[in-house]
Design a protein around this ligand. Structure first.
Ligand code: SF4
Ligand code: SF4
Length: 292
C-alpha cells in the first residue's frame, strides 16, 4: 500500500470533481472526533445562475455524494479511516487557511473563483503533511473601500460589525415557518432573492466574483408551474438534484406561491387552491399572494 500524501489526495479529489483539496491539522476548536489526525477541505466550483434555485445547491449536493465516494476510496486503497465532517463549522477553518479570503459578507473566497464554490470536509486517521498554500491575494477582495454587499443587501443583514442571520432572506427560506411579511415581495423577483432557494444578491455585486459573474446562466431545472403542483415525480427529481432534505412538498409550495405572486393572474387558480392547504404556512403565503 503506497503512502498517502496531500498530492495524492488532490489528484483523487480532482477525479471526483473537486477543484481543490486542502490538508491541514485539526485544532481542538474544530470539534473533530478523537482519532482524526488530518482534515481535508474539499472545494467544488459552480457557475452562478438559476432564478428559482441557486446553482450553489446542485453543486453542494453533488459534492456531498462525491465526498462520500472519495472517503470510501481512501479507506479501500490506503487503509485510512475516514470521517464525513461537513457538519462542523467550516468558515472558521477557512479563516486560518492562507488560501482563503473572507469578505465583509462573511463568505469565504478563493482567487478567481470568488465565493462561487461549495465545501466538504473529511477527517483522516493518518497524519499527512499539510498542503502548501499560496496566500489569498488581498487586493482581490477590497472590502475596506468597497461595501457593495452591505449596500445591496435589501434587508440590512450585513453590518459594519457583522452579519445578522435573522435578517438574511435565505435564513427564512424553506424552514417550515412563514416568511416575514416584509421579505415576501423580494422572493423570486428579477433583482431580489431566488424563488425557492437562495438569495446571493451580496455575491452578485461583489467585485471578487466579477469573473464568474460573466458566465451566469438564468436557466432552471424546473418551471414554476411544476413546483406549484409539486407532484411525486417533481419532488423525487428535486431531491435528487438538491438533496433529500430539501424535497419537502409543503416547503417548496410555500416558496413557489410567493414567487407566483409576482406573475399577475397567471397562477391565480393554483394560488386559490393552495389557500386551503392543510399546511398553515402554505395557506398563509397563498392568501398573502392572492391579496397582493
Ligand atoms: S462586495 Fe465588496 S465589501 Fe462585500 S465582500 Fe465583496 S469586496 Fe468585500
Ligand atoms: S443572501 Fe441576500 S439577504 Fe442574505 S445577506 Fe446576502 S443579500 Fe442579504
Amino acid at each position: 500500500m503506497t503512502a498517502l500524501t496531500h498530492q495524492t489526495i488532490s489528484q483523487l479529489a480532482a477525479e471526483y470533481g473537486f477543484s481543490a483539496a486542502y490538508c491541514f491539522m485539526p485544532m481542538p476548536e474544530d470539534g473533530a472526533p478523537k482519532g482524526v489526525r488530518t482534515l481535508v477541505l474539499l472545494t467544488r466550483t459552480y457557475t452562478p445562475g438559476g432564478r428559482l434555485v441557486d446553482r450553489f445547491y446542485p453543486c453542494s449536493n453533488r459534492a456531498y455524494h462525491q465526498a462520500k465516494l472519495l472517503g470510501e476510496r481512501l479507506t479501500a486503497e490506503y487503509g485510512v479511516q475516514t470521517w464525513r465532517l461537513s457538519n462542523l463549522r467550516l468558515k472558521p477553518m477557512c479563516r486560518r487557511l492562507a488560501a482563503f479570503g473572507t469578505g465583509l459578507n462573511t463568505l469565504n473566497y478563493l482567487p478567481k473563483i470568488g465565493s462561487r464554490f461549495c465545501m466538504e470536509l473529511l477527517g483522516l486517521s493518518e497524519k499527512i503533511d499539510p498542503t502548501p498554500m499560496i496566500p489569498y491575494p488581498v487586493d482581490q477582495l477590497p472590502c475596506t473601500r468597497c461595501r457593495r454587499c452591505m449596500a445591496a443587501c435589501p434587508t440590512g443583514a450585513i453590518m459594519e460589525n457583522g452579519f445578522i442571520k435573522e435578517r438574511c432572506i435565505r435564513f427564512h427560506m424553506m424552514n417550515g415557518k412563514p416568511m416575514p411579511e416584509e421579505m415576501r415581495s423580494l422572493i423570486g423577483t428579477e433583482e431580489g432573492a431566488k424563488g425557492i432557494l437562495g438569495c446571493e444578491i451580496c455575491q452578485r455585486v461583489c467585485p471578487a466574483n466579477a469573473q464568474k459573474e460573466r458566465e451566469r446562466s438564468g436557466t432552471d431545472d424546473f418551471t414554476l408551474a411544476e413546483l406549484l403542483r409539486c407532484d411525486a415525480e417533481t419532488l423525487a427529481h428535486f431531491g435528487e438534484l438538491y438533496g433529500k432534505n430539501y424535497a419537502i412538498r409543503n416547503r417548496i409550495l410555500a416558496q413557489a406561491v410567493l414567487t407566483a405572486a409576482h406573475q399577475g393572474e397567471q397562477y391565480r387558480e393554483e394560488m386559490e387552491a393552495l389557500k386551503d392547504s392543510p399546511s398553515p404556512v402554505v395557506a398563509e403565503h397563498a392568501a398573502w399572494a392572492l391579496k397582493k
